[in-house]
Design a binder for this molecule. Structure first.
Ligand code: FES
Length: 356
């Protein structure tokens, strides 16, 4: 079963890579050599080194310490085992992924995934090596294999790869479902269960200004966690731009091996000298804003383009506030970040002693 699963995953990768090649992806790709090295290396090492080492390590340790538990529940109904594996795996990955967007160190490990300026199935595997070693669901795979056997996990992995690779692929299988009125009801049901390309591409968009939301849609296989925990952003539009607005030039070595190797680009978050400074002030700003235009107000206080967001909030607990102006006006915008009617100044800056 495990051997078959490996073959199936390779077939899935081959299928989506063929679709991308046939769709002209390679000819028009804007990836650099460093991007390719990072993505291919990360995909190969994850599959042939990290996961086998983690699973093997857990199974061997379990066999030595708790031999009476080995395969103890492997006779459960196969379908239930598969469901159990996938549900626990996916909820762990949801919270791990969400946490990686809020925590400064984990964000640096996950950031390479969001630096990709175009989608493609290899983007699925683009993270720092340490991100994978610390990923709880990789360890869950080992625990599950020890307690329940590897067959159900192998099938679960194949099913998961179909969803994960297709949701990162440049070839978006769901596009016809949004255009054809007969197919629309089907996608409306499907997107409430699994992660579709539109749902996940929105997570890779640069900002909410084009209808995407990089601070939403953390689900990997199922969209149910995002709906349950209030982070779902359903859209049928694909981002106009992918990646990070304040991107930097990082070598594949620094992106993949951070924190062992740092970027040489001083504006990179993984350079040794980088410091995300607080740029908020206790002085509100009058701005002439245009009717019908949308703006992203910086909530985290770290943007270099105050009072607007420049995506510096990644790796913090904050996300920006999207607002639209109803008529041309000169508006007093908060810059202390304490306002209770964001983004407008409510004089909170008069009460605060120091800026957070
Ligand atoms: S930079 Fe986006 S919220 Fe501050």
């Amino acid at each position: 079963m495990v051997d078959n699963a490996v073959l199936m995953v390779m077939a899935i990768v081959a299928f989506f890579s063929s679709l991308e090649v046939l769709g002209g992806y390679l000819q028009h790709s804007i990836r650099s050599k460093d991007d390719w090295i990072q993505e291919v290396l990360s995909a190969v090492l994850l599959s042939v080194v990290f996961k086998p080492c983690i699973v093997g390590g857990v199974v061997i340790t379990g066999t030595i310490l708790l031999p009476e538990y080995q395969m103890l529940w492997s006779n459960w109904v196969f379908g239930y085992l598969c469901l159990l594996y996938l549900m626990v795996d996916d909820i762990m990955q949801y919270f791990y992924h969400r946490y990686a967007h809020r925590h400064p160190f984990f964000w640096k490990l996950h950031r390479p995934h969001h630096q990709a300026e175009e989608m493609g199935f290899f983007v699925s595997y683009r993270n720092a090596a340490l991100y994978y070693w610390l990923m709880p669901n990789a360890w869950w795979l080992g625990v599950f294999t020890f307690l329940f056997g590897g067959a159900a996990a192998a099938l679960g992995l194949v099913l998961k790869q179909v969803i994960v690779i297709s949701s990162h692929s440049h070839f978006a299988w769901d596009k016809p479902f949004y255009i054809n009125p007969w197919l629309r009801p089907i996608i409306k049901i499907l997107e409430r269960i699994i992660v579709t390309p539109a749902f996940h591409h929105a997570h890779h968009g640069q900002s909410q200004l084009d209808g995407s939301d990089p601070n939403a849609n953390f689900g990997n296989m199922f969209s149910i966690w995002d709906q349950l925990f209030g982070t779902a952003h359903f859209t049928h539009h694909f981002p106009s731009a992918y990646g990070l607005p304040n991107n930097s030039e990082d070598s594949w070595q620094s992106a993949y091996l951070y924190p062992l190797i740092h970027s040489k680009d001083p504006k990179s978050e993984i350079s040794i000298t980088f410091n995300k400074k607080n740029t908020s002030t206790n002085t509100p700003i009058f701005l002439d804003l245009k009717q019908g235009d949308s703006y992203l107000w910086c909530r985290c206080g770290k943007s270099k383009t105050q009072p607007f967001c420049d995506a510096s909030h990644h790796g913090t607990q904050y996300k920006p506030v999207l607002f639209e102006v109803q008529k041309d006006a000169s508006i007093l915008i908060c810059n202390c970040k304490y306002t209770k009617s964001a983004p407008f100044c409510d004089n909170s800056h008069l009460q605060i002693k120091e800026i957070k």
